[in-house]
Design a protein around this ligand. Structure first.
Ligand SMILES: Cc1cc2nc3c(=O)[nH]c(=O)nc-3n(C[C@H](O)[C@H](O)[C@H](O)COP(=O)(O)O)c2cc1C
Length: 188
């Protein structure tokens, strides 16, 4: 057996998804930020969370507007993804600076990122203060995907150059190595 040592837990679960979160506010306008602390939390009702520091411009916008969008980026958007995570909407129009296009959704006021192939519209269901971050849990009230990606009601992610976040680095995903439940089929 290899010996084990302790490490900084907050940085080291890997790989993480990394997403662009869109928000809107009656006085502050539209904004977006990059979030790696995110995940699907429930299938029925479908729920997703994003954990955001209270100091972020977007934090106030989401808390007060009660909605946000989660947008899945691809490798071609890496520069924009990084930029939206290092500049604040307080300092100017991040959409314009990143060259991204806000798209009106169908169900909430927060904008979708048109360039992202998969988008979720979320109604804020609960805020869980955790310490450095507040977890915004949103009910997914609408989903959108580029038409050429959807087959039989499912998004064909094999067509997308997906991006993961690993301990301060961006990684592309490699090849598919299995499917859900394949081990059970082998036993049968
Ligand atoms: C790859 C990456 C992941 C990030 N993940 C988070 C996160 O999970 N939560 C968070 O509060 N900030 C996260 N950030 C930082 C915010 O995106 C960043 O502070 C942003 O400028 C906030 O924008 P705003 O002030 O316009 O809301 C991340 C940044 C990067 C580059």
């Amino acid at each position: 057996m290899k010996s084990k040592v302790d490490f900084d837990a907050s940085q080291t679960l890997a790989p993480l998804p990394v997403v662009l979160v869109g928000c809107a506010h009656a006085e502050l306008g539209l904004n977006l930020l990059t979030v790696a602390w995110t995940g699907i939390d429930c299938s029925d009702p479908p729920a997703i969370h994003v954990s955001i520091r209270p100091g972020r411009h977007s934090h106030r916008m989401i808390a007060e507007s009660g909605c946000f969008t989660v947008n899945v980026p691809i490798r071609d958007l890496l520069r924009q993804l990084d930029l939206c995570g290092i500049v604040s909407g307080r300092d100017g129009d991040k959409w314009r600076r990143a060259g991204l296009t806000p798209l009106t959704g169908t169900s909430v006021a927060a904008p979708l990122v048109a360039e992202c192939p998969v988008n979720f519209e979320c109604a804020l269901a609960r805020v869980v203060p955790l310490g450095a971050h507040d977890m915004f849990i949103g009910e997914i009230v609408a989903r959108h995907a580029d038409a050429d990606l959807v087959r039989g009601g499912r998004v064909d992610f094999s067509k997308l150059p997906l991006v993961a976040y690993v301990n301060g680095e961006y990684w592309s995903l490699g090849e598919r190595i299995g499917t859900y439940g394949f081990s059970g089929k082998e036993r049968a």
